[in-house]
Design a protein around this ligand. Structure first.
Ligand code: HEM
Length: 504
């Protein structure tokens, strides 16, 4: 009887496995046919051919430079990559249409959320509809509060004073000592965003510059998730994930490490909250914990913040120092402003002082115009639509707005669009004037505009002020015309070596 039971169970498992396998196979073939019927992998037009045989590389350092060239030449500021089923636009009216007027027709969509789903789960960055609305409401309340802004300023200042400045001092005035400043900014911003989100210090910027298992696993997981998008068909990475092989195996392991750290912190915080009723922590996790009971959901929310607030800041600072190195007069003008606004013995600016640094603000906005941290961003059309420039968008197709190209369009910024000119952002009284966000969607724009913009600008201004007051930073080597590595945010391939000299 026992034997019969075991045999029946085993036969049932085999049958189940076979049905699952057959279903997966049929589903895969069906999806593949659907996929090739929607996109045109065989398109022979000039643009698609150049994309497929990568011949753009002979003339442009980066894919985004080639797109910029095509978008500049297009009378509507819009192009179509048939093989990717992707409409790419640099037209501000189209951007306003996608991000605001017809927002509901252009969600992130399942193709995007599936790519990042294993890492981000249902976090704000990766969700649409009710889940997104709920998180957006909560996050904007929290991020808008005075308490959290002061907490953020306090952790930024502490990291600058106790880690960044001592580290730069230790390498300064040594002709043969080069520092990868991009790596330093990534370490800095990872420490900050972990403290801000989890109340946990990963100590990435301590003087020995240690390897951090969490930072490395998080990097690897973001990189491999983004690389899924480069796979010729989603079926390939999905199959690798099913079989747990190659890059998907590595991705699973990296996410496992991130998950373990995150869940340990969450459990530990719950215990602290239960045992110490008066525990008064200011980080986002503690604040969200008061409303959300599901620990997995909490993990997803906080991990989205790590992604949103880490590489973006490092990319913004890296671009800024590349441009300062080529335009030293801008650095001198910022220093004059710092001297005017701050006390002689003052280490770091206050919120009020930052608000009155109009030239610095202009210089930062100008550098993100030329080197936006998020170079492009895609949505998926839910229904057929026509963009304001007359471009037809088919249901289910991808639509991309391109801040990198938009920052380099003469039609938007005038014939000197390729020049780094902070004055562009100032009125005749020298006061900073915001540009239309649909012309400058560096922080996105419209309904899903970045929630961390003010915090980001505070962090970047604090670091820029501290570094410019104390040091001269000179980029060494060819990276003043950077080559970017593929990924979700702009990362200079091979890092950014600089020489640091302490100012008297
Ligand atoms: C220079 C720095 C930053 C830039 C350029 C930037 C840019 C962006 C962009 C382009 C998006 C839209 C992404 C998308 O929907 O695919 C976004 C969303 C978001 N950002 Fe930022 N960001 C920066 C810093 C930060 C920081 C420091 C935080 C958090 C403390 C943050 C929090 C968020 C959040 C929560 C969203 C999602 C908003 C939503 O979907 O409703 N960002 N950001």
């Amino acid at each position: 009887m026992e034997m019969l039971h075991i045999m029946t169970t085993s036969a049932m498992s085999t049958a189940l496995f076979l049905s699952f396998f057959t279903f997966t196979l049929f589903f895969s073939v069906f999806s593949f046919l659907l996929f090739i019927s929607r996109i045109k992998p065989w398109c022979n037009c000039d643009t698609c051919r150049t994309y497929l045989n990568i011949s753009w590389i002979a003339h442009f350092p980066n894919l985004c430079d080639w797109y910029t060239h095509l978008l500049r030449a297009s009378p509507t500021g819009t192009i179509h990559l048939h093989v990717l089923n992707n409409t790419i636009t640099s037209n501000p009216n189209n951007v306003q249409h996608i991000l605001k007027t017809k927002f509901h027709n252009y969600p992130k969509g399942t193709p995007f959320s599936t790519l990042l789903g294993d890492l981000l789960g249902n976090g704000i960055f990766n969700s649409d509809g009710h889940s997104w609305q709920f998180q957006r409401k909560m996050a904007s309340l929290e991020l808008g509060s005075v308490a959290i802004r002061s907490y953020a300023l306090q952790i930024v200042n502490q990291e600058i004073q106790t880690r960044l400045i001592p580290l730069l001092q230790s390498v300064s005035n040594q002709q043969d000592k080069l520092l990868d400043i991009q790596d330093i900014f990534r370490r800095f911003s990872f420490d900050i965003i972990c403290k801000f989100s989890f109340g946990m210090d990963p100590e990435c910027l301590i003087s020995s510059l240690p390897e951090s298992k969490l930072a490395d696993s998080f990097d690897l997981a973001s990189k491999l998730s983004a690389e899924r998008a480069m796979s010729p068909s989603p079926l390939i990475w999905k199959m690798k994930r099913l079989l747990n092989i190659g890059s998907e195996k590595k991705l699973k392991e990296a996410i496992g490490i991130v998950d373990n750290v995150a869940m340990d912190i969450i459990r530990q915080r719950r215990r602290e909250m239960m045992t110490m009723a008066s525990l008064n922590k200011s980080d986002l996790l503690s604040r969200f914990m008061e409303t959300i009971e599901d620990d997995k959901y909490l993990r997803d929310i906080v991990i989205s913040f790590l992604l949103a607030g880490r590489d973006t800041i490092a990319a913004a600072l890296t671009g800024f120092f590349i441009l300062l190195s080529k335009n030293p007069h801008v650095g001198s003008t910022i220093r004059q402003e710092l001297e005017r606004v701050m006390e002689a013995d003052q280490e770091l600016p206050t919120f009020e002082q930052m608000r009155s640094m109009h030239y610095l603000n202009g210089a930062l906005h100008e550098s993100m115009r030329l080197f936006p941290p998020v170079q492009f961003d895609s949505k998926y059309a839910q229904e057929d639509d026509v963009l304001p420039d007359g471009t037809f968008v088919r249901r289910g197709s991808r639509v991309t707005y391109h801040p990198y190209a938009m920052g380099r369009m003469d039609t938007i910024w005038g014939p000197d669009s390729d020049q780094f000119r902070p004055e562009r952002w100032l009125n005749t009284d020298g006061v900073f004037v915001q540009q239309c966000p649909f012309k400058y969607p560096v922080f996105q724009a419209g309904v899903r505009v970045c929630l961390g913009k003010d915090l980001a600008l505070m962090e970047i201004k604090s670091i820029a002020a501290a570094m410019l007051r104390h040091f001269d930073v000179r980029v060494v080597g060819p990276n003043t015309e950077p080559c970017f590595a593929p990924g979700l945010t702009a990362t200079v391939r091979g890092g950014l070596p600089v020489q640091v000299t302490q100012r008297c």
